[in-house]
Design a protein around this ligand. Structure first.
Ligand SMILES: [Zn+2]
Length: 197
């Protein structure tokens, strides 16, 4: 279990926060992706708008050149977080104008929380959030864009939460309730303490 130490520490933080222990909590690691957020469809529906749910949780696509794209074009420097779970996905450094009608980035951010999966038919490569599996859009290569990668992450603006430079990062969504409880128990067992239920 040694390899899971950062994860376990952050779970200990969760587990002990309610008990008001004076141990210093481990700093949350925003790039941590080992633990998956697993919420039920109903839980996601409660947290998201109808359009966010449709796009991010059912692999939908927002309409091109829509309100989200207009917003995206006006956004200045900043960071783009997953609208579902709050991890960093892209930054304005990788943003470029592709003219396709959807937010475009030539790469994901250094946090590397974007996962690429080829569609079953082999035609397109879907991009999702590594932490919560939110559908973000697709990535295309070799289209001739004069960018450092010549790749185009074609992303649904509604799946992103833009925070202007210097602004606070959104709170990371905790793991699903059942998953959190299971981890708390594992951590407590290792530490030899009882978990209050
Ligand atoms: Zn996510």
């Amino acid at each position: 279990m040694k390899t899971c130490l950062p994860l376990l520490l952050s779970v200990v933080t969760l587990a002990t926060a309610a008990c008001a222990e004076d141990k210093k909590p481990a700093a949350p690691d925003k790039t941590m992706t080992e633990s998956k957020v697993t919420l039920s469809e109903e839980e996601w529906k409660k947290r998201l708008t109808e359009e966010q749910f449709r796009v991010a949780r059912t692999a939908g696509t927002e309409r091109p050149n829509g309100a989200e794209y207009e917003k995206f074009n006006k956004q200045g420097d900043g960071t783009y977080y997953c609208v579902c779970c709050g991890v960093e996905l892209f930054t304005s450094n990788e943003k470029f104008h592709s003219g396709c009608g959807w937010p475009s980035f030539y790469d994901q951010s250094k946090a590397t929380n974007v996962k690429e999966t080829r569609d079953p038919d082999g035609q397109r490569v879907e991009v999702t959030c590594k932490r919560c599996d939110a559908h973000l859009g697709h990535v295309f290569e070799g289209e001739g864009f004069k960018t450092p990668t010549n790749r185009r992450f074609c992303i649904n603006g509604v799946a992103l939460n833009h925070v202007p430079k210097g602004g606070p990062a959104p709170k990371l969504l905790e793991l699903g309730t059942a998953a959190v409880d299971k981890k708390k128990e594992e951590v407590a067992k290792e530490a030899g303490v009882e978990v209050k239920k």
